[in-house]
Design a protein around this ligand. Structure first.
Ligand SMILES: [Zn+2]
Length: 92
């Protein structure tokens, strides 16, 4: 979960997170969205869209899932890009 420029992990270690470039790319997209819309703009829209569309279809989440696949190569830390089927649940 992203709040401002910080990523808060729940049920995963920092290493698990950093070893999943899809997940990192997903959360980096949320940071970008947060910066674009501002703290209250982001949270307000995120919550309203959650109520309107359900979690999976929140446009911020749809965009973050797309960014996970598009941008994962930026966060591989020199390793080969893993199989997308193995990405963490948090990035799906
Ligand atoms: Zn997300």
């Amino acid at each position: 979960m992203v709040l401002g420029s910080k990523i808060h992990l729940s049920g995963a270690t920092r290493e698990e997170f950093l070893n999943d470039p899809y997940w990192v790319a997903h959360e980096m997209e949320h940071i970008r969205q947060f910066q674009e819309h501002g703290k209250f703009g982001f949270l307000r829209r995120y919550l309203l869209d959650w109520l309107r569309h359900g979690y999976y279809n929140i446009p911020f989440e749809v965009a973050a899932r797309e960014a996970a696949v598009l941008n994962a190569a930026l966060y591989t830390r020199g390793q080969p890009l893993p199989d997308p089927a193995k990405m963490h649940q948090g990035a799906r």
